[in-house]
Design a protein around this ligand. Sequence first.
Ligand code: 0L1
Ligand code: MG
Length: 262
Amino acid sequence: MTLDDATLGRLAEHLETCQLQARDTLKITDDYPDMDWEDAYAVQDRILQRKLARGARVVGLKCGLTSRAKIQQMGVTAPVFGFLVDEFAVAEGAMVRTAELIHPEVEPEIAFVLKHELRGPGCHVGAALAATDFVLPGIEVIDSRYRDFKFDLKSVIADNTSAARFVVGGRALPAADVDLRTCGVVLEKNGQSVALGAGAAVLGHPAAAVAALANHLGRRGHSIPAGSLILSGGVTKAVAVAPGDHVCLRVQGMGQVSLRFN
Ligand code: 0L1
Ligand code: MG
């Protein structure tokens, strides 16, 4: 750690205020170039503590930057992990208010719900699948608090990996009933297909992202609790949305889930 407690708290307050007020900012490493990975996750933890203190509930976890498309789009090198709280959750087919967001983009994801706790290090695809109760389609709405989505990995980790809204829905399937590597994913905006992919785009198998999350938490003395919902990361690049847009994600064998924006 290179940052003291007061600085971590100040950065968390700054980034969370930007999120709540839909205001953008410059990346925080501009002012704190020596910030390390621990500092970055510590800022994220403090944002979570602020939300919990106001009565928020953790409803899940997320993996980000887990596909080549996303890594290339953002010019970064490694997966990142964040939290999902109830204020981010949107009902299937519901309206998302873009006035509450800075520059929202949507990502097609495969969501996992665990029936058993998953604890790393040492987790692999098999362990993640064995711990999975079911999988279902999910759309994540990301909204980096950084101006023009210009950031580095540490800044984006501190900003809770751009988490803003998400929806899950469609048809929940036992993981054993679907080949998550070859299942096709089609993201439509206003009735036109705008991004296509297959599950294998996510680290070779979306369950590998869940295992990576368990290993990340395990290194910090935590685990993924039974019952957790996990977004495994965008299968394709993210797609910008604007008021009036309707977005629908279809995942092979798992039906569809949609969102509208006003
Ligand atoms: O969920 C994600 O893949 C996003 C991670 C953060 C980077 C971004 O804002 O694109
Ligand atoms: Mg995502």
